[in-house]
Write a protein that binds this ligand. Structure first.
Ligand code: ZN
Length: 288
């Protein structure tokens, strides 16, 4: 999967992509980290995304900060090799109170991390669950339908979200797009990047994107909701992003149906599992 993503980035000239992963799974499988060497050898980079990947909304600040530091200890070799020390909030959630956000931001500043926002996304994690089911069932028709839908959804969402930001700000800043490292991303990224390029999208480094104050001093909106910067800019200007979340998500759970394997059921079980390691209170409605 990461090889297919690396190849797609190379084919479309996408430079210096930062990988953000929670590091807790590497406690049991340290060899998973080897993939980061291949990633960096291809010219890409690694940032900090917390150890346990638990939203700041659901934790106290001290625990969250310990989680940032724990991940840095594991990833230091790769983080030190990157041109910039970037931190990406777990779930891109920056905290449900201004005080939490400020305390974490102060820690990032002390430790030399710059928060790397997500300004665009296309709900590819939801496609991942359906795609995995379709592959496991050998349902080739469903696999193809899901991949085609993901490509269309990615292009539509980039257009809609960039348009919302442009309307809110009166100009079009550089954007930072999230793509999860999943099998469905590996299968579709080449087509997604090709379609974006055909619409005139130019790919720049994260450092170039972060030269824009819209990304460094982002939308000053404290919310516990799962929102990227484009959605926050839209909300601050009293508008919404068209078709976000996309209506197609409603069709995914019935595609290649397997009992107990819907996206929400998988996410719920993952949250329960995290809750056995550390006391926290996930709030499912944060994702709506
Ligand atoms: Zn994440």
């Amino acid at each position: 999967m990461s090889k297919r993503m690396i190849d797609a980035f190379a084919a479309h000239g996408v430079p210096g992509v930062y990988a953000f992963n929670g590091t807790m799974p590497t406690e049991a499988r340290p060899a998973d980290l080897d993939i980061l060497d291949d990633w960096c050898a291809a010219g890409h980079h690694v940032g900090n995304h917390t150890h346990q990947h638990i939203s700041l909304n659901w934790l106290d600040t001290d625990t969250y900060i310990k989680d940032i530091d724990a991940s840095e200890r594991i990833l230091r070799r790769w983080i030190d090799a990157a041109p910039t020390r970037y931190f990406r909030y777990a779930f891109a959630m920056e905290g449900d109170t201004v005080d939490k956000t400020r305390e974490v931001q102060a820690h990032l500043t002390r430790t030399g991390f710059l928060s790397s926002p997500v300004t665009l996304w296309f709900w590819d994690a939801q496609f991942m669950a359906a795609h995995n089911r379709a592959v496991s069932l050998g349902d080739h028709e469903a696999v193809r339908w899901l991949e085609d839908k993901l490509v269309d959804t990615a292009v539509d969402q980039v257009r809609n979200q960039a348009a919302a930001t442009a309307a809110a700000l009166g100009r079009s800043p550089a954007h930072i797009l999230l793509v999860h490292g999943t099998a469905v991303a590996g299968a579709t990224l080449d087509r997604i990047l090709g379609r974006l390029a055909s619409h005139g999208v130019l790919f720049v480094t994260s450092e170039e994107a972060m030269a824009d104050p819209a990304n460094v001093i982002g939308p000053q909106l404290t919310t516990r909701r799962f929102r990227n910067f484009s959605q926050k800019w839209a909300e601050l200007s009293g508008t919404t992003v068209a078709d976000a979340p996309p209506a197609v998500l409603d069709d995914l759970d019935n595609t290649a149906y397997i009992e107990g394997m819907s996206f929400n059921e998988l996410l719920g079980r993952a949250m329960t599992d995290w809750g056995t390691r550390i006391p926290f209170t996930p709030v499912a409605s944060d994702f709506h």
